[in-house]
Design a protein around this ligand. Structure first.
Ligand code: AMP
Ligand code: MG
Length: 396
């Protein structure tokens, strides 16, 4: 049995980002660039007015005298007219500043009478209210480097420099395999001895919360042959396999055996932690396989503490849950020598462990916003002590 830190190190050592793929830029939010991305044009592509107003050559203006207005350039106009010396051109925001002019005065600081323009803007400088061509970025210049997480602003920026496709680390394709003869679909009547299957719904929800939508759910009986066959098929199409249940030492627990049969190399099995002691992790080339416990609360704890980080790494980021230190709101008497993760409620620097921490319960988890991590040593954690808290991603 290994400790939590050792397990995390093993995950880090065994998971690398998936190779980059071409993707339409409008589908790539939340993805990470796999290569440096360059501008395909200058931005702005031309000297551009930043105001509705009048363009003129700054040096041609005689202070205090009216200028004649001749011509007009709305946004989108080719702006190919050439301003006559000493004359102003009516112009609008986003329009190309015409040849022969270099400065724009905003219309609020002018008065137009017929063709004559009176300017009252003492502070106006040469080049005022004009965005220079290439001021934001030049054609061929690095727009965003490899490793950048694409936010909505990033998508907008790349679109604005003319990019339609980006090379990004894809989000992994994920198989959820739920095992257990006792499992019934929610909505169907429960036969004696059955319980409702909830892990697949919970995991799918957790995955979609972090942008992972390429997910398939498979349900398998506790049968070594059938489980091996399902894992074998999943390894052909998915980057990640998340199994739940059947990972412990019971006579009907076949996950580890089946994974080994399918050529998966065991990297660890069983951790000094609660919940989630039987957690299994294996790899087959670039593919990763988690054998999560069956109890829902253990499943979700292991998901947030281990799987989440692995999915982030496969997708090209090194993000982890946000870790904070917080004051314990109530005393906790920790009796075992395992790292313990407690469902908690965190606010304003204080954290309260919730009632009902057993691993078959999800009720407390349903209202938790964090996990409190207590070290292996068995001891009393006093109210007011500072403890490690991992914020669940939904609250980031
Ligand atoms: P196991 O590790 O397979 O013995 O499962 C541990 C506990 O988790 C048992 O009480 C199972 O009934 C329960 N369990 C396993 N899989 C699921 C599931 N998909 N949804 C809800 N509970 C489950
Ligand atoms: Mg089972």
């Amino acid at each position: 049995m290994i400790g939590v830190e050792e397990a995390l190190n093993i995950l880090e050592d065994n998971v690398t980002p998936l190779p980059g793929v071409q993707m339409d830029v409008d589908r790539a939010v939340g993805c990470v660039l796999a290569e440096d991305t360059y501008a395909t044009c200058d931005i702005p592509p031309f000297n551009q007015s930043s105001m509705d107003g009048y363009a003129f050559a700054f040096n041609s203006r005689i202070k205090g005298e009216a200028m004649e207005v001749k011509g007009e350039v709305p946004a989108g106009d080719s702006g190919s007219i050439r301003a006559e010396t000493g004359k102003a051109v009516r112009i609008f925001t986003g329009a190309r500043v015409p040849e022969g002019t270099d400065t724009v005065v905003m219309q609020e600081k002018t008065r137009q009478q017929g063709d004559l323009l009176y300017i009252a803007d003492e502070g106006l400088q040469p080049g005022g209210n004009v965005r220079q061509q290439g001021e934001e970025i030049r054609k061929g210049e690095l727009a965003l480097p490899a490793g950048t997480l694409l936010t909505p602003a990033g998508i907008g920026f790349l679109s604005g420099v003319g990019i339609r496709e980006v090379n990004v680390h894809p989000r992994p394709s994920i198989a959820i395999i739920v095992t257990g003869n006792e499992l019934q679909k929610p909505g169907e009547p429960l036969k004696p001895g059955q319980i409702y299957e909830s892990n697949s719904f919970m995991l799918r929800a957790a995955l979609s919360e972090t942008g992972m939508h390429d997910v398939m759910v498979y349900t398998v009986e506790d049968n070594l042959e059938k489980l091996s066959a399902t894992i074998h098929e999943c390894l052909k199409v998915h980057h990640v396999i998340l199994l739940t249940g059947g990972v412990s030492v019971g006579d009907y627990d076949f996950v580890v055996q089946a994974a080994t049969r399918c050529g998966v190399t065991r990297k660890f099995h069983k951790l000094r932690q609660r919940p989630g002691k039987p957690l299994y992790f294996g790899t087959k080339e670039q593919q990763v396989i988690f054998g999560l416990p069956g109890n829902p609360s253990s499943v979700l704890t292991c998901y947030y503490e281990y799987v989440w980080m692995v999915l982030q790494r496969l997708s090209g980021t090194e993000r982890e849950l946000t870790r904070v230190r917080a004051t314990l709101g109530t005393t906790v008497n920790k009796k075992n020598t395992l790292t313990q993760f407690l469902k908690g409620s965190y606010a304003g620097g204080q954290v309260i462990p919730l009632q009902g921490q057993e691993s078959f319960r999800l009720r407390s988890f349903a209202t938790a916003n964090c996990l409190i991590r207590l070290g292996e040593e068995a001891r009393m954690y006093e109210e007011g002590e500072t403890v490690d808290v991992h914020l669940l991603p939904v609250y980031r």
